[in-house]
Write a protein that binds this ligand. Structure first.
Ligand SMILES: [Zn+2]
Length: 324
């Protein structure tokens, strides 16, 4: 079976070595941003442990009984525990504690993947302390793989009992190449997805699957000249949500970069370069700096206060459209 993982080669190699040398630890903690590939690697690791006939390259065969069961999420020795609502609950950990002492049914180990482990860090949630008990006395034939987006919020006592593997974003070049190979897409599309996702594999894949070309349409507000359009545009921002303000800032920043002669590779919307070039003469530097500040301030205002969204966005759009 081909290695389905993009990037994180050092971590994958480390896990492969652990399996082939029969030194799989009782507990791991995978730390890194959402979408970076922690769960993909954890599933690959579980597959590697449970596969009944690993390949010579220390990869899962993809064909044995265990591999087939894993593919259909049907292997009795692998369990994935996710937050039940906002938190991982004590009942979920208690159930784990009861099951983990039984021998594995088919494979050499019982494997538990706990997603979003940070979601038991609430001081009123007894799940973390219950989990700690299991980590203190882990049954021999078991492995816990804890995943977290925020390692700082994991109890130190839990952290100290796990082998910690930190996942970093891929370099833009590396991710661009990997995406081109995986999806048979051209370099421009791949590099746009890599840049927009800041090297986070999962985000880049979502961008490609949803079509990055859509994100390369210049926001209307950059081309609009009529201040009265502010009211219509504000409604669009309400519909698109607050994330669209972050996106808007990247466009003004690109214009600023173009004007300052910053290398094109540093820009976000390289696919819209021609169009952006035609807009540069309309935007003096001070205007761009003000625009970026206006969008930032509006976003903060909306996050921190209960100001009516549409009013704040109307004022933002009016400010952005004035002064041309
Ligand atoms: Zn197999």
């Amino acid at each position: 079976m081909e290695n389905a993982i993009l990037g994180h080669q050092n971590i994958v190699t480390q896990l492969q070595n652990a399996v082939t040398s029969e030194r799989v630890a009782g507990a791991y903690l995978f730390a890194g941003e959402q979408g970076i590939g922690k769960e993909t690697v954890a599933l690959y690791f579980a597959n590697l442990i449970l596969c009944e006939q690993r390949t010579e390259e220390s990869s899962p065969c993809g064909e044995c009984r265990a591999c087939r069961k894993l593919k259909s999420s049907n292997h009795p020795d692998l369990r994935i525990i996710r937050p039940d609502g906002a938190q991982i609950k004590i009942d979920q950990i208690r159930e784990l504690q009861q099951q983990i002492f039984y021998q594995p049914l088919e494979g050499p180990r019982k494997i538990y993947i706990l997603a979003n482990t940070e979601r038991m860090s609430n001081p009123n949630n007894p799940a973390a302390n219950a989990l700690l008990k299991t980590l203190e006395e882990p049954p021999a034939a078991s492995t816990l793989i804890l995943l977290t987006e925020n390692i700082e919020s994991i109890l130190l006592t839990i952290r100290s009992r796990c082998q910690i593997l930190t996942f970093y974003p891929m370099s833009i070049e590396e991710l661009t190449l990997a995406l081109m190979n995986r999806f048979s897409i051209d370099k421009e599309t791949a590099s746009t997805a890599a840049i927009l996702s800041r090297g986070i594999v999962g985000k880049a894949i979502t961008l490609i699957e949803e079509g990055t070309s859509e994100t390369e349409t210049i926001p209307e507000i950059l081309e609009e000249t009529d201040p009265l359009a502010a009211f219509r545009l504000a409604e669009q921002f309400v519909e698109k949500g607050l994330d669209s303000l972050d996106e808007l800032i990247t466009w003004y920043r690109d214009l600023l970069f173009l004007q300052q002669g910053v290398p094109v590779e540093l820009m976000t919307h390289t696919n819209a370069l021609d169009k952006l070039q035609t807009l540069v003469p309309r935007y003096p530097r001070i205007r761009l700096q003000q625009a970026i500040q206006t969008v930032f301030e509006t976003k903060e205002l909306l996050k921190r206060t209960n100001v009516t969204k549409i009013f704040a966005l109307e004022i933002m759009c009016l400010k952005l459209l004035q002064g041309r």
